[in-house]
Design a protein around this ligand. Structure first.
Ligand SMILES: NC(=O)c1ccc[n+]([C@@H]2O[C@H](COP(=O)([O-])OP(=O)(O)OC[C@H]3O[C@@H](n4cnc5c(N)ncnc54)[C@H](OP(=O)(O)O)[C@@H]3O)[C@@H](O)[C@H]2O)c1
Length: 330
């Protein structure tokens, strides 16, 4: 197995960004962190572009940024960094950027979703750059302020300007990623890895296992509180061990009883879920997932809100609240 070599701050020139006018579309978790890190890294004149009536306008202005509307940003700057919700990228592109864009303007993304799954039909003169600091937006700022950074991944889908690669690397360096390591990827790789990871493992997979474990134990006559502690609450301790030591390191740190039993069951669970994982890959790479999600977004997220309400009604939520209250966690 060959792992890719990292680039660090010393390998990357910031000059390509120096002459660029840059606007960040969105001022949520990533938008705010990008704006503050770029400015603190010496990138001047960063603007924030927001939709009409945006609740983030006052915050961006209080942080000292010039705030412009989406049409104006499209008409003025050399690069737009699209840090708005992925499902809105198609509408932002069609309604605001495409009809107003300055010739040769490039787009920077921090997730491959909208380019990979066809939400944006950018013309030939448009750089398409991925500059992804891998992690939640708040961590982009927190790690930077502590003198570190998140791992960065860059890709260029289209290099119309001839300098897209340099812009991508300089942008990630300004976010602080050059302190942790910057790697090359592709839009396809980043999009699929991110989405499969969250759907099948980190969010959907983990919640399904935890709920199934809870229901199985309660069905076997175990008290809800005990079932909750052993299938949901203790997830954090295992996740922390995996985060700091890896899976093998976690196994080495738990009891031999737990390890012996888990090795015996892990293979059967993997066998059972492999077909589902394969279906997720097909669903995502075909663009079907993106089409369903954008369609739901356009129907005021009706399906998402129904699923969210149903999840909140599960009995284990009441058990969890009871436990967290007893522990002083809420
Ligand atoms: N690389 C990674 O590991 C990673 C991790 C997490 C997220 N991301 C990516 O980061 C991007 C932003 O995520 P986030 O976590 O920062 O989201 P967030 O905190 O929810 O912020 C979303 C921003 O999008 C704006 N927005 C939503 N709909 C819009 C519309 N129709 N028109 C204009 N602006 C709109 C919101 O504007 P208002 O302020 O006006 O409401 C808000 O400022 C996404 O592409 C996401 O996939 C990447």
């Amino acid at each position: 197995m060959t792992l890719p070599a990292a680039l660090y701050d010393r390998d990357i020139d910031m000059a390509p960004l120096a002459g660029c006018q840059l606007a960040l579309v969105g001022y949520g978790n990533h938008g705010r962190s990008h704006a503050l890190n770029l400015r603190d890294s010496g990138v001047s004149g960063v603007m924030v572009a927001l939709r009409a009536g945006s609740p983030s306008r006052a915050k961006a202005q209080a942080d000292g940024f010039e705030v412009v509307d989406l049409d104006e940003a499209a008409a003025r700057v050399d690069y737009l960094s699209i840090l708005a919700a992925d499902e809105a990228h198609g509408a932002i592109w069609t309604d605001h950027i495409k009809p107003n864009r300055k010739a040769g303007q490039g787009l920077i993304f921090c997730h491959g979703f909208s380019v990979e799954y066809g939400l944006i039909d950018a013309p030939d003169d448009c750089d398409l750059i991925l500059a992804a600091a891998k992690g939640p937006g708040g961590a982009v700022r927190d790690s930077y302020e502590r003198g570190g950074g998140l791992t960065g991944f860059w890709a260029v889908e289209r290099n119309a300007s001839g300098r897209a690669e340099e812009i991508a690397k300089a942008y990630l360096k300004a976010l602080g990623c050059g302190r942790a390591g910057i790697f090359k990827t592709s839009f396809r790789e980043e999009a699929l890895a991110d989405i499969l990871g969250e759907q099948a493992v980190l969010v959907g997979g983990m919640c399904a296992l935890a709920r199934q474990g809870y229901e199985t134990l309660v069905g076997a006559g175990i008290s809800p509180l005990m079932a909750y502690i052993d299938t949901v609450h203790e997830l954090k301790y295992i996740a922390d061990l995996i985060h700091t030591r890896g899976i093998a390191g976690m196994y080495a740190a738990i009891s031999d009883t737990a390890e012996f039993g888990a090795h015996g069951v892990e293979g059967r669970i993997a066998e059972a879920v492999r077909p589902v994982f394969d279906e997720v890959v097909t669903d995502v790479t075909s663009g079907d997932f993106a089409r369903r999600w954008v369609a739901d977004f356009e129907q005021d997220r009706a399906s998402l809100l129904r699923a969210r309400a149903k999840a909140g009604e599960h009995e284990l939520e009441a058990t969890g609240r009871y436990l967290r209250k007893a522990l002083g966690l809420e």
